[in-house]
Design a protein around this ligand. Structure first.
Ligand code: SF4
Length: 436
C-alpha cells in the first residue's frame, strides 16, 4: 500500500480556507486550519468529525455518537451522547455541504484531490441511510468490540454468544448462538469486502465475531480460516493486498485486484483478533493455538470480570478464576497476546473487598507483558438484564463513582508486573463508547 498523502488548500467564498488531505485510508476536510474537521472513509462515507469542541463518530448503521470533556469538581470528565436522527442528519449535511463547496473550487486541484471530492459528492444523508440498510443485511448487530478494535474489519464466523447467560450481559440476548458453514462464511466475507470496497484501507485488523468465535471446534474453525485466507491474502509485511474489488466502486486505493488463492500456511495480511471464554481455551490443544497464531491470530480477549470465584458464580460466568489463569498461560505459551477485561463495581459493596483482593492475585499470577492489555470496564446496569433484580433480591448495593475509581486504583496499585521493563498496558473499556 502506498503511503502517499496529498494535501491541497483553497479559499472558499466568504473568506474561509479549506484544506483537503487525501490519504490511502481516509479523506479529511479542515476548515480554517482548525475546525470543523470532517474525516471520511476512502469511499466517501462520513466517519468522524470535530465541531465546536465536540468529537463525533458515525457508525456504519448511520448513528452518530458525540463525545466531549467537561470540567467537574472531580476534574475532567468524559461525556458522551448519541445524537437523535435530526441532529445526526444536520452534522452529515454540514460535512457534505463543505465537500460540495470545496469541489466547486477544485478545478485546478491535483487529480487525487478531485477524485476524492468527486467521491464525497456521491453521498448525502439518504445515501448513508441506504448504506446502513445494506449493512444490516450483511451483519447481525455487532454487540461489542474491545476499544482497540473499533477500526477492525469484523467478520462474523458465529452469531451471538455460546453461553449467553451472564446475569449482567445483554449484548447477544435474543440472538441464538450459531456457527456459520464455510459456504455461509464465504458469502458473508464476500459481502463484507464488497460493502467496504476501497474503505478496507481504513481497517487495521480482522475481528472474528461474535462473542466467542474461538470456541468453534478446531476442524470447523480451520475450514472457516481457509475462507478468510482465500478472500484476504497478505504479503510478508502484513499488508492487505488481495482484497476482491466489489461493486461499491470507487478508484482503487489499496488493492491487488483479485482474490488470492488459498493462503495455505501464510499469514492473512491483517492480524486477527477475537474474544474467547476462558472456560473453552483448554478445549483446544497447545498445537491448535500455535497453529492459529501461525495463521494470523494475534490477540485473544477474555472477559474475566473478576478473580473472585463467589462473584463469578453469582454473575453466572462460565468457569472460575483458575480457568482464566490456565487460559492465559496456554495462550501466552502459544505466542499469542492476551487481553483480560476486569469489570469494576460489579457485585457492589457485597463483593467489593473479595473482588479487589482476588483480582489482584489473579492478575499477578498471569504471565502478562508487552502486547497484553488489562482493560477496566465500569459495570453498567441494564434494566433488561437479570442482574438488577438479583441484586435487589440479594440486597447488593451498587458502588458510587468514587468507590469504583478507588477499586480501579487498588487493583492497579496491587499489580506487580512480571518484568517491569515490559509491563502490560492498562486501559479503560467504556462500553457506552462502543461504535462500529
Ligand atoms: S460470556 Fe460474554 S458475551 Fe456471553 S453472556 Fe457472558 S459476558 Fe455476555
Amino acid at each position: 500500500m502506498g503511503l502517499t498523502v496529498q494535501v491541497w488548500r483553497t479559499a472558499l467564498p466568504h473568506g474561509n480556507d479549506v484544506q483537503v488531505a487525501v490519504r490511502p485510508w481516509a479523506i479529511n476536510l479542515l476548515l480554517n486550519g482548525e475546525a470543523p474537521s470532517f474525516t471520511f472513509d476512502p469511499l466517501g462515507r462520513l466517519h468522524a468529525a470535530f465541531v465546536g469542541g465536540v468529537n463525533y463518530r458515525r457508525s456504519l448503521d448511520n448513528r452518530v455518537l458525540s463525545k466531549w470533556a467537561e470540567m467537574t469538581r472531580g476534574g475532567r470528565r468524559r461525556q458522551r451522547r448519541w445524537l437523535d436522527p435530526g441532529e445526526a442528519k444536520a452534522l452529515v449535511d454540514a460535512a457534505y455541504s463543505l465537500a460540495r463547496q470545496t469541489a466547486a473550487q477544485a478545478g485546478l486541484a491535483p487529480p487525487a484531490v478531485r477524485a476524492a471530492l468527486h467521491r464525497l459528492g456521491q453521498w448525502d444523508w439518504e445515501a448513508l441511510e441506504a448504506n446502513a440498510r445494506r449493512f444490516a443485511q450483511i451483519y447481525t448487530p455487532v454487540g461489542i468490540l474491545p476499544p482497540d478494535q473499533y477500526l477492525a474489519l469484523v467478520l462474523q464466523a458465529t452469531h451471538g454468544c455460546s453461553h449467553n447467560a451472564c446475569t449482567f450481559c445483554t449484548f447477544y440476548r435474543g440472538i441464538p448462538f450459531r456457527i456459520k458453514t464455510p459456504e455461509e462464511f464465504r458469502q458473508h466475507t464476500r459481502d463484507v469486502v464488497d460493502f467496504f470496497g476501497p474503505a478496507l484501507a481504513m481497517r487495521r485488523s480482522i475481528f472474528l465475531g461474535d462473542a466467542n468465535a474461538l470456541v468453534i471446534p478446531m476442524p470447523r474453525l480451520s475450514a472457516l480460516w481457509d475462507v478468510l485466507a482465500e478472500a484476504l491474502g497478505g504479503d510478508e509485511q502484513g499488508t492487505l493486498t488481495g482484497v476482491e474489488r466489489g461493486s461499491t466502486g470507487g478508484p482503487p486505493v489499496a488493492h491487488g485486484g483479485e482474490i488470492l488463492g488459498a493462503a495455505g500456511g501464510r499469514g492473512l495480511g491483517l492480524p486477527v483478533f477475537a474474544f474467547v471464554d476462558a472456560f473453552h481455551v483448554e478445549r483446544k490443544s497447545a498445537a491448535d493455538w500455535q497453529a492459529l497464531a501461525a495463521r494470523g491470530l494475534r490477540r485473544v480477549y477474555i472477559g474475566m470480570e473478576s478473580g473472585h470465584d463467589p462473584l463469578l458464580r453469582w454473575l453466572n460466568k462460565p468457569g472460575d478464576a483458575q480457568d482464566v489463569l490456565d487460559a492465559v498461560r496456554q495462550l501466552k505459551a502459544a505466542g499469542l497476546q492476551v487481553s483480560v477485561i476486569v469489570m469494576l463495581g460489579v457485585g457492589g459493596e457485597r463483593y467489593a473487598a473479595g473482588h479487589v483482593e482476588d483480582t489482584v492475585r489473579l492478575l499477578n499470577a498471569m504471565p502478562l507483558g508487552r502486547g497484553d492489555i488489562v482493560y477496566f470496564s465500569d459495570f453498567v446496569q441494564h434494566p433488561e438484564a437479570p442482574y438488577a433484580q438479583l441484586a435487589a433480591e440479594a440486597g447488593v448495593q451498587p458502588l458510587d463513582e468514587a468507590a469504583v475509581r478507588r477499586q480501579e486504583l487498588a487493583i492497579r496499585r496491587g499489580f506487580v508486573p512480571r518484568d517491569p521493563r515490559i509491563p502490560p498496558q492498562f486501559s479503560r473499556y467504556a462500553i457506552e463508547e462502543f461504535i462500529y
